[in-house]
Write a protein that binds this ligand. Structure first.
Ligand SMILES: Cc1cc2nc3c(=O)[nH]c(=O)nc-3n(C[C@H](O)[C@H](O)[C@H](O)COP(=O)(O)O)c2cc1C
Length: 360
């Protein structure tokens, strides 16, 4: 059952209906610098991912594992991560913790990407159900499975409540996340999966998370994907919920500002980042790094993953050149103009976008 769900997610994520709304990057206008005073070849896209130097501020987002198809995809994604020296997250490892025969579908990641930072992944609702000892055991095993540099815990209440077989129990999650952090001895990332993280949630996570990955609205929608699964399985109420809540969530551009307004840790932008230029805009808003999921999955399945990663990194470099910036860390302070929609979020929510010391 869970195996079928993993493959459903892959196939459904490829169709256009899985892509919903806007992350609002089109409302971030960057100011062209006609006198950059730098040589394009000097533009350095290298960045740090939780203390490790990598070639670009781009990561492969959390997606899959657990089936034959997922194993093959993970191997392809890992080869690209290694080739371009960028980090890679894996999808939820719960399936391999309960079915050891599919562990290989995650292990291929450490085998094919031995030298880049890898991120293990577990879901909050599953943690909620586990007793403390088992929880620590799972975390240790998940880390070992991919030789992880960090662990991501995903928060996905919208997905769980709309998924026909979902487990929408988020009781005591913050305490469970604290337990994971104590047992871990490695950086802990807390992420959403497409509905975003608010300032209020970021404040509650601030004392426990080394990184917040915003997983904002405007890209792949699990509300839409689970709705399609519900329609197939004849679950009318879940199908209806998916339609009603189709536009639910905090757009990624907004979520970056929400989190950055109150959080001094590492911020990862994800959800609807669709080019290196979107990624640069995310960093202008205050993110330290960005990840992409669906576009890289699609490219992997169409045998053009290397070209895609190369193009995204070239877009980052080009945007930096046109802004007159030679280091990624300088992006948070470049001049910008916000469109009305984004500006209204910023004003009504009292947000501060940009770097840790930057005031709008
Ligand atoms: C096929 C697929 C499977 C996913 N599975 C997981 C998962 O197991 N754990 C997780 O944290 N996020 C998962 N995600 C969510 C992504 O990490 C990301 O938050 C989301 O897709 C938004 O990014 P995008 O718009 O670039 O696709 C998955 C995404 C896709 C496309």
């Amino acid at each position: 059952m869970i195996d079928k769900r993993k493959d459903d997610h892959i196939y459904l994520a490829l169709s256009q209906f899985s892509q919903v709304g806007s992350a609002l990057f089109e409302e971030v206008f960057l100011i062209h610098n006609a006198l950059p005073e730098i040589d394009y070849s000097e533009v350095d896209t290298s960045a740090e991912f939780l203390g490790v130097k990598v070639s670009a501020p781009l990561g492969i987002g959390a997606m899959t594992g657990g089936t034959e198809l997922a194993g093959r995809i993970n191997a392809e994604l890992a080869k690209a991560a290694e080739k371009f020296n960028i980090p890679m997250y894996v999808g939820s490892q719960r399936i391999a913790l309960t079915k050891p025969e599919v562990k290989w579908t995650f292990e291929v990641v450490k085998q094919n990407a031995p030298s880049v930072p890898k991120v293990a992944n577990l879901g909050a609702p599953q943690l909620s159900a586990l007793p403390e000892e088992k929880l620590v055991e799972w975390v240790v095993e998940a880390v070992e499975m991919v030789n992880a540099h960090a662990v991501a815990i995903h928060l996905n209440p919208a997905q769980e409540v709309i998924q026909p077989e979902g487990e929408p129990n988020f009781r005591n999650i913050l305490d469970k996340i604290r337990l994971v952090k104590r047992a871990l001895g490695k950086p802990l990332i807390v992420k959403e999966v497409g509905s975003g993280i608010s300032r209020e949630v970021a404040l509650r996570l601030a004392s426990v998370a080394d990184a917040i990955d915003v997983g904002g609205f405007g890209g792949t929608s699990f509300i839409s994907i689970e709705g399609a699964r519900a329609a197939k399985s004849g679950s009318e109420i879940h199908k209806r919920l998916s339609e009603t809540f189709r536009n639910w969530g905090i757009p990624t551009a907004v979520s970056i500002c929400e989190v950055r307004s109150v959080y001094g840790g590492f911020v990862v932008a994800s959800g609807g980042v669709r080019s290196g230029l979107d990624g640069v805009k995310a960093m202008v808003l205050g993110a330290d790094f960005f990840t992409m999921s669906q576009p890289l999955l699609k490219a992997a399945l169409e045998n053009r993953l290397e070209e895609e990663v190369k193009s995204i990194i070239t877009e980052v470099k080009t945007a930096m050149f046109l802004l007159g910036v030679s280091r990624v860390s300088q992006l948070a302070t470049v001049p910008r103009v916000y469109g009305f929609g984004l500006r209204s979020w910023i004003e009504q929510r009292g947000l501060t976008c940009g770097g840790r010391h930057f005031k709008v």
